[in-house]
Design a protein around this ligand. Structure first.
Ligand code: M6R
Length: 619
């Protein structure tokens, strides 16, 4: 989704802004723009469609001087991705320049009102309406920009993170947020003066300062060159900035020698999951300690039901979580697409626990789903990766994944991080409810603790996937099949492949094949089976037979040493043996690698696949 960068201080703004835009490329976008106020007080705006490189090319001969500026990557919602619709947008007076993330829902009404006042528009965007509205408010109320933004936003319905430059005041930067994140970085320049950075997340800021303020919903901030940072809410009440020290390191934002972030993140999984379970899973004392539930044990013990709301990959991990929590903690778990849940009138009991699973913590539908659940009285628990994200802040309690920033659009380490965190949650609830025998509980703790090592083994023993994957670049379809815990893995394998290779792929419960999809199978159809020597092994073997008799090409994920399924398959990926419930943590890895290598063999941009955004902050 869209990205915002801003800077004001003693340094040249342009290199900082462009570097910041590159850092935000992972979010997905289709045009970019920058606006700066130069020494002479001119407000310059440059925009380009396509990548940030194209913007840089355009700016090569342009005046990009100035120590204050804002920049943007746009993921088109209102109007096609062209330079007119790209941000920053200028007010009719030419005094204001604005960048915006989010969607203004009542922009048509506002636009009609402004047209009635003599304003004209050159773009199709809701954003241009916003900048004219602020301009109009400032002109009619004769107030400063800070106040005008505050007043104008009162008539705006929708979600936004905005940043503005004012040509007549090149000494201040104004920003505001509602429903879309915005981070202010506070640093010190070479002369010892305060400088301000702005980002729609912390990634453009981290290399300059680790001191940040996460703007809260309905807050408006004004930074000025004297180093002053003023924050007010919509009721004009001053807010004390809450300075936080970022835990993110620059290394985590670099590829570190890998050709793509996705491959780096796949290989990072053993280490990332070790960090995730550190201090939570204790093999020596055979214990699980999840601080997020310590103060809320009662909620979980008494929960009549757990509802998990999520989207995409997070929905798949939630489904694995459902199977595990129901089995271990004996509580019914429902998994909901957040986008459906939020528009139903779901039945929520006061003793329901609603869990949001979201890597970014910013997914608009997931956020709206838990807000609905809260209005209906549920206790909210968040499982997020991004520290301080909207969902993390909107929930009553929760657990961070701690798997490090995930930059590749296709979720990999966050998926396995979510699965292991949901397993920890299931074990923590089971411990409180005594739903598992001590023997079983201890065995599960021991086994889960070994998973990162087994992931490492899996990575090192499937190194031929790159060569093998090249055979599938011609394919137009893939089917992924699994049963039990491995059905969600099949869904995730199919999603990974389709989102980065653009090959159509479907995941099904293996037994569902007979009910329709088997009609698709012929000698051209690769069918991937997740077939570990656990769970419903014999039944999966029968399902493989059924596909084989229809000449489908069998690719299987098997347990090390398996010869039966391996003997029936055209190709196998191996994983070490583990408990049925933890197989997804291992089986996901070869499927991630398969998707990665098929996509790279097809020359796809795996880190930024077409049309996709890393955090889906609009519905
Ligand atoms: O940030 P979230 O986990 O809430 O994101 C949910 C989905 O948008 C996300 O998982 C998406 O499906 C990814 N592209 C999957 O790789």
């Amino acid at each position: 989704m869209c990205g915002i960068v801003g800077y004001m201080g003693g340094q040249d703004a342009y290199p900082i802004l462009v570097r910041g835009l590159h850092r935000l490329e992972y979010r997905g976008y289709d045009s970019a723009g920058v606006s700066l106020i130069n020494q002479a007080g001119n407000l310059n705006v440059y925009k380009a469609t396509g990548k940030v490189d194209a913007l840089e090319e355009k700016c090569r001969e342009a005046d990009t001087t100035g120590t204050i500026g804002i920049a943007h990557t746009r993921w088109a919602t209102h109007g096609e991705p062209n330079t007119v619709n790209a941000h920053p947008h200028l007010s009719q007076s030419g005094n204001l320049s604005l960048v915006h993330n989010g969607i203004i829902e009542n922009y048509k009404t506002l636009r009609a009102m402004l047209e009635g006042k003599g304003y004209s528009f050159c773009s199709d965007t809701d954003t241009e309406v916003l900048v004219q509205l602020i301009d109009y408010t400032q002109a009619t109320s004769r107030c400063d920009l800070f106040t005008a933004v505050q007043r104008a936003l009162k008539s705006v319905v929708g979600a936004y993170a905005i940043a503005l430059l004012e040509r007549s005041h090149p000494d201040r930067l104004v920003c505001a947020r509602k429903g879309s994140p915005l981070v202010i970085g506070v640093g010190t320049d070479a002369r010892g003066n305060k400088e301000f950075f702005l980002g729609s997340d912390a990634t453009p800021i981290v290399e300059y300062t680790n001191q940040v303020v996460y703007l809260k919903d309905e807050e408006i901030a004004c930074m000025d060159r004297s180093g002053q940072l003023d924050i007010v809410n919509m009721d004009d009440v001053h807010q004390t900035p809450e300075m936080i020290t970022l835990q993110m390191s620059l290394d985590e934002l670099e590829k570190g020698g890998y050709p793509h972030f996705m491959l780096k993140e796949i290989w990072e999984q053993p280490a990332a999951l070790r960090t995730c379970i550190k201090g939570r899973l204790h093999p020596a004392s055979k214990d699980v300690v999840l601080s997020g539930i310590i103060d809320h044990k009662d909620k979980f013990v008494k929960a009549r039901r757990i509802i998990i709301c999520a989207c995409g990959t997070s929905w798949h991990s939630a489904l694995i979580g459902k199977y595990f929590i129901e089995e271990a903690a004996q509580v019914p778990v429902e998994v909901e697409y957040a986008s459906e849940f939020r528009y139903r009138n779901p039945v929520i009991y006061p003793d329901d626990v609603v869990v949001a699973v979201s890597q970014s913590g910013e997914t608009a539908d997931t956020l709206a789903a838990i807000q609905l659940a809260e209005r209906k009285g549920a206790f909210l628990y968040g499982i997020c990766n991004v520290i301080g994200s909207s969902i993390a802040r909107a929930t009553h309690s929760g657990t961070y994944l701690h798997v490090g920033p995930e930059i590749g659009v296709a979720s990999t380490k966050a998926f396995t991080g979510q699965v292991i965190t949901l397993c920890l949650l299931g074990l923590a609830i089971a411990k409180e409810k005594h739903t598992l025998s001590d023997e079983m509980f201890h065995m599960l703790v021991d086994e889960l603790y070994q998973i990162p090592d087994k992931m490492q083994w899996t990575l090192e023993n499937n190194k031929d996937i790159d060569k093998f994957a090249q055979m599938f670049t011609y394919c137009r379809n893939f089917i992924f099949l699994g049963r039990g815990y491995n059905y969600p893995v099949a869904l995730e394998g199919a999603l990974k492949l389709k989102e980065i290779s653009y090959i159509h792929a479907e995941g099904y419960p293996a037994a569902e094949m007979k009910h329709g999809p088997i009609a698709l199978v012929d000698e051209e159809m690769p069918v991937v089976f997740i077939a570990p020597r656990r769970g419903m092994y014999d039944k999966v073997v029968s399902n493989i037979q059924e596909i084989k008799s229809r000449k489908g090409k069998i690719i299987s994920v098997v347990t090390e040493g398996d010869t039966t399924v391996a003997g029936m398959s055209d190709h196998t990926f191996v994983i070490p043996d583990t408990r049925d419930c933890f197989v997804p943590l291992l089986a996901a890895i070869p499927l991630q690698l398969l998707a990665y290598y098929v996509a790279t063999a097809k020359g796809r941009n795996v880190d930024q696949p077409r049309n996709l955004a890393k955090s889906v902050t609009v519905e």
